[in-house]
Each structure stands twice: as structure tokens, then as C-alpha cells.
Design a protein around this ligand. Sequence first.
Ligand code: FE2
Length: 258
Amino acid sequence: MRVLFVGDVVGRPGRSAVRALLPGLRSGLGVDLAILNGENAAGGAGLTAEIAHELHAAGADVVTNGNHVWDQRQFVKEIDGLDFCVRPLNLPRGVPGRGWVIARDVLVVNAIGRTFMAPADDPFRAIDALLEELGTAAPRVRVLDWHAEATSEKVAMGWHLDGRFSAVLGSHTHVATADARVLPRGTALVTDTGMVGPRDSVLGMDPSIIVERFTTGMPRRFEVASGPVVFNSVLVDLDDATGTARSIERVDRLWEGG
Ligand code: FE2
């Protein structure tokens, strides 16, 4: 089985690139399941049901989230109606949505880190507890969208889950890393997949605004940048029977607009 994981989709330019590129990548690469991080898809912060449906229609079987999951307030009410959307597993108990979903016999989990991020429950323990709760009912193929800031915390999760998850795929920083590999017990790991967002930007946002924020310390509202769009993703080839990864490779494209 081949799983494509698409990095954080940023705003309208990111969504346009997904609509333009994802269907062709699905067929061209023989993708069985496509997972996409949508937490920045609505204007650069958060997600709405309408946009989630748009990404689903473009070929994302599962849409994951992160620390920006509630940035669009309406999504609090909408998420329970979206069976293909997951939010971080390690949010406080009782919040809307679900932290995992089974799609095409693949367990897809979303979790957020705690280092240099807002407080959250222990993601390591939360995933251990989930695996214990699911027991033998858990599919063999298991993919984690690991939404975290610190490279050390991200790589540590790969080792924590080596042999227990098929893939631990990083998101959140929007900067693609060059370390994709398969760990000794068969878990594919990449520290960060990257983004689908404007190339000439700071993490997808208009660079002049971000530079001004850094140079003056004055508040200014972020705006999504424009121009050519980078499309960062990773393709994981898995053994369905054992759930172990055979390979992980980066799939990076540039979309100049249509
Ligand atoms: Fe994030």
C-alpha cells in the first residue's frame, strides 16, 4: 500500500495547488490513501467544513489538524459532522472531534507536541494509551501526523513508535526536512513534510509583514503570500501484512498557477 502525506496547506494558494496537483499525483504514484494537513487551509489559520469538503473532493481521504484547529470558531461546531477529519488526540478530554480515524483499513492519528507550543496532554502517553485501548482491533497500517515544533521531540516520537507505527510524519513548521528514512523496526520517519503554500514567503505568509514584525516588534496581521506555490509531500510504501514501511521518499513540486 502507498500512502501520500501532504504537508500543511496554506490558504487559498495552497488549496489551489492541491486541486491542481493531487489528482495527478494520486494516479501517477499509485496512491492508495492520501492524508493532508489542513490546519492552515482557511485564510492561513484554521479550517472550516466547507474547505475540508473541498480538500476531500480534491483527493484527500483524511484531513488532519494541529494547534490551529479552533482558529475558525465555526469549526468547533462543524468538526463532529466530518468523519474524515481528525484533530490532535492529546487535547483536553471532552473537546469536539476525534483524534484518530480508520480509513481504508489504515489507522490515522493526529497529535501535537509540547515543546515550544501551547500546553497539551502528553502525546507519547496518549498514543500508547490509544494503542492499548484499540488492542488487536487496530489495523496493522498506522500513520501519525505528528504536529510539533522541536526537531528533537519529533525525532524522539519516531523512535518511541518504531515498530508500532508504520509512519511518523512531521508537520507544523512548514519547512521540509531532508531526513526521511525508515527506522530499524520499520517505521518511516520525517521530521517535517513541509507545506503547500507560497514559495516567496515566511512559512506561507507575506514576507514584508513578518520582517516588519521582527524589525519593529509591532503587531501586524498576517496575510497569506502570493506567487508560485511549493507542494511538499512524502510517499510511504508499506507492507500491508506487517504494517512496516519499505521506503519513504519526498515528493516535492512547484506549482506556478493555472
Ligand atoms: Fe501548526
